[in-house]
Design a protein around this ligand. Sequence first.
Ligand code: 5RP
Length: 220
Amino acid sequence: MNEESKKTAGEASALFVEDGMVLGLGTGSTVKYALEAIAKRIKEEGLDVVALPTSKSTEELASSLGIKLSSLKEYSDIDLCIDGADEVDEDFNLIKGGGGAHTREKIIASASKKFIVVVDESKMVEKIGGFPVAVEFLGFGKRLVANQLHRIGGDPRLRGSFETDNGNLIFDTKFYIDDPLSLEDRINSIPGVLENGIFSRRRPERVIVGRGEKHEIIEK
Ligand code: 5RP
């Protein structure tokens, strides 16, 4: 059921891609279906788009599907970013980073005029915080980062045997989240932290929720 819902949501997002667009491509198993549907439209309709991937895995998949790729060095303005999420609340605050790609994902989403999030229905929550917040940090500051995360109410757990595409480590950190925006900023103010998986400063304008073979488009 979840897989079908991911497919429905991912595929529906491809319909928002227009000829000539610069795209930001997120990471994960839902975005995979968006990529396949975009590649299909490129082949069948001759759409001319260029895409900026947010991870090595997305880069490899997009390239294998024949999607033309570029980088932020060439394009600093992105028309549309499509990405997944681990949790989405009613105000479109997100938790991302289950795949450990949230730092590049936040950069690409922030550089994008439009931001669409694709999820299966299990990701929609009243309040974010059921899923731990991924905190990417420099290994050099590990002890200090862990102490500071504890101090602001978190429970950091090192993501074992994992290195991000940027060569850093991740603490998956459970928080009780009352004020997502303030927590996002507080975590990022810890020396050694690169970025965390709360997306409250850059929220999507549109969320596509897959519900089995149907989907719902919610807009703000
Ligand atoms: C990666 C992410 C993903 O978008 C998020 O984990 C959702 O992934 P999936 O679609 O596989 O459930 O934030 O860093």
